[in-house]
Structures are given as structure tokens and as C-alpha cells.
Design a protein around this ligand. Structure first.
Ligand code: SF4
Length: 71
């Protein structure tokens, strides 16, 4: 098991960046808030990129031991 992400939809501003960049991982719910639809393994680099590209900092990244990685 590799890196894992979590997404706080309360913080999402619906910019669509994560959905556009990683459509296999992120999607919008009926309220146009992003969620992680599938725990597809992304590389550490891609997880961190997704988190950094979120303008509302709604995406967090954790290592395989569950420790949050600073992004
Ligand atoms: S990048 Fe952040 S603010 Fe934009 S849709 Fe994804 S979670 Fe929401």
C-alpha cells in the first residue's frame, strides 16, 4: 500500500482542478464538491501535486504508515 489522500469536501471551492488533473481519482458529487471516488494508487509526486494544486488546501496526503506528509 502506497500513499493515500483524503479530501475535506467542506473546504472544497469547486474549482475542478483535481478533477481535471486526475479524473480517475477525483469527481464531483451532486453539490459540485470534489470527492475521492477511488483509492487508485498515485505516486507520491502526484499525490503531493494534487494537494499543492488545490487552492483551498482541501487535499491531504499520508504515507503508508498514516503519517501526514507536508505539502
Ligand atoms: S482542487 Fe481543491 S477546491 Fe478544486 S475541486 Fe479539487 S478539492 Fe475542490
Amino acid at each position: 500500500m502506497g500513499y493515500r489522500m483524503s479530501l475535506d469536501s467542506d473546504e472544497c471551492m469547486s474549482t475542478g482542478r483535481c478533477v481535471a488533473d486526475y479524473p480517475s481519482v477525483f469527481d464531483f458529487d451532486e453539490d459540485e464538491l470534489a470527492f475521492i471516488k477511488e483509492e487508485i494508487e498515485l505516486s507520491e509526486e502526484d499525490c503531493i501535486r494534487a494537494a499543492r494544486n488545490c487552492p483551498s488546501r482541501a487535499i491531504s496526503v499520508f504515507d503508508k504508515d498514516g503519517n501526514e506528509i507536508p505539502t
